[in-house]
Design a protein around this ligand. Sequence first.
Ligand code: URA
Length: 425
Amino acid sequence: MTEFAAVDVIRAKRDGHVLSDAQIDWVVDAYTRGVVADEQMSALAMAILLRGMTPAEIARWTAAMIASGERLDLSAVTRPTADKHSTGGVGDKITLPLTPLVAACGAAVPQLSGRGLGHTGGTLDKLESIPGWRASISNDEFKRQLEDVGAVICAAGEGLAPADRKLYALRDVTGTVEAIPLIASSIMSKKIAEGTGALVLDVKVGSGAFMKSLDTARELARTMVRLGQDSGVTTIALLTDMNTPLGLAVGNAIEVTESVEVLAGGGPPDVVELTLALAREMLAAAGIDADPAKVLESGAAMDTWRAMIRAQGGDPAAPLPVARETEVLRAPADGVVSSVDAYGIGIAAWRLGAGRARKEDPVSFGAGVLLKVKPGDEVRAGDVLLELRADDPARIPAAREEAAAAIVVGTERPALTNLVLDRIA
Ligand code: URA
């Protein structure tokens, strides 16, 4: 591999030049090996954020991140593989009902998931509230479960795109998470290395998402769809609303409970709608002709959920942790709920202990916000708007303040927006 001086690569991007394939291959590899220092990669990430990258640079950067680690080979799995990735939101528990549902329809769903950071929750934190459930499994266990059960949700192994693991942690503390080339290559390097045949991206738009505007979300979606298609992964993206939390539960154990309600045929209408919309896209991308609504109704998805939880040591019938303290927030006056801001509710849940401030912090499984209303609901003065749940009562006042600012009770009925805003293929 040709060697470069890191400072020359940084200067080139700083001055708006296009990096060569050799420069990209070298800098990603050298950073993974510790030859390029964190402060140098920080400067380069900031230059990329400010200057951008061409589609060819993004494709090469993604390939270099994949090449930094192992690639899973799922060719021995007999069913077609289909995965979903969400860019992260508040109350976004869709992976939990979706994975067993799509598996019950005949696909194999390899769902490598992450933990929450900041105001957005992480799928692994939610599932770890189930007694006994293990997030870490070996590559062999992963493939066996994919074949036997059809559904796996687990932590990505250390060997998958290690360059991303290092770079993501650095971006998180240097204000460089929001760069579209870096987000797209981070997500897609892991998904391509995981070996899925089809991928559906749920790109969130709104206050509770990384992407606050439809235009930037579209650009991110187009970039990722192109990276997937160019690597031979059938990839489509849905742009979905994240101005309002999904469902009523925002936390860990309470989101598992809500997901199980969906699998039992109930649950909040928005969670059911998005689960079915994503399931249809995953099945179509995998070439499977099945109606997920019928499969959900039949109870087959619940059977797969139980098998999936048991296969990783969890007890699907065990009671889930409940927070020690519950306080309610009541409507100050008669009116209509005009908005429930996803970001504010996400921050409130995080303050209650559902999320973490630093990677190594523990989460409280029972903590979170349980909404009792959604935009458009009529309320009377004194009605309960939401519950604040925490193990540590000292966490409640700051969360209450945040939650109170996030719910607006007014006189006008709000215009209700669609959940699915666009589709990019
Ligand atoms: N999720 C990722 O995996 N990477 C990003 O850069 C942003 C969200």
